[in-house]
Write a protein that binds this ligand. Structure first.
Ligand SMILES: [Zn+2]
Length: 224
């Protein structure tokens, strides 16, 4: 049995219990240390891939933060954690930093998991969910930005019921049903709600998401 400490999962509307990355931003962190920790995080051994790519909570435009989970035999982190350290000044908790700087050799947990079986890899998420970082009260969501929600239909053309749902929203009414269908079937984005705050997500937008549409928020100029 090997126990791994989960780290680097971030809060979202769907996962409100994880820490906020803004709590961990430390621009004064020595770059020499940052570079070594970054290299350590990148050298983690891939344990498994999760479904889908994660998106950057700081909304820098990076949508492909990776989908693998990496480990050193002690911690388990998403591949995307390195992005936050490199681009957004995120400093992981001291426990991880000290462990990374100590030069402890990485353990190939995937080999252990193959030998023991996946049931013998135990993942502790409680330590991470209790971390509060260094800037309590900061949030990657504050202040909420204003902008436009747009919808796309992933894969197949949307069903009539979904089109009706979209047409209830003011912006989408500018398009006729055939025009709407053509746009979505061709993979295009349809603006559905403008002048809206990004958070909390309007319930009519959540409904579109629940109906299987891919929703994106485009901040207004100057709100980026
Ligand atoms: Zn980013």
């Amino acid at each position: 049995m090997i126990e791994l400490r989960l780290i680097g999962y971030w809060r979202s509307t769907a996962a409100p219990l994880w820490p906020d990355p803004a709590w961990f931003v430390d621009e004064s962190w020595a770059s020499s240390e940052r570079t070594r920790v970054l290299a350590y995080l990148r050298a983690g051994v891939p344990l498994w891939a999760t479904g889908g790519h994660s998106w950057c909570r700081f909304r820098c435009g990076t949508h492909a933060c990776g989908s693998a989970e990496l480990s050193d035999g002690r911690f388990l982190w998403p591949e995307g954690l390195a992005h936050y350290v490199e681009r957004h000044g995120v400093r992981p908790p001291d426990e991880l930093v000290q462990h990374a700087l100590a030069g402890t050799p990485l353990v190939d947990v995937s080999a252990i998991a193959r030998t023991l079986g996946p049931g013998d890899v135990c993942i502790d998420g409680s330590w991470w969910s209790n971390q509060r970082g260094f800037r309590a009260g900061a949030s990657h969501l504050s202040p909420p930005r204003r902008g436009t929600f747009v919808a796309r239909s992933p894969g197949a053309p949307p069903k009539l019921a979904v089109l009706r749902l979209i047409r209830r929203l003011p912006e989408a009414q500018a398009l006729s049903y055939p025009g709407l269908l053509e746009r979505l079937a061709g993979g295009g984005a349809v603006p559905v709600l403008s002048g809206a705050f990004e958070e909390p997500i309007p319930h009519e937008i959540s409904e579109l998401e629940a109906a299987g549409l891919f929703i994106e928020f485009l901040p207004d100029r100057g709100e980026g």
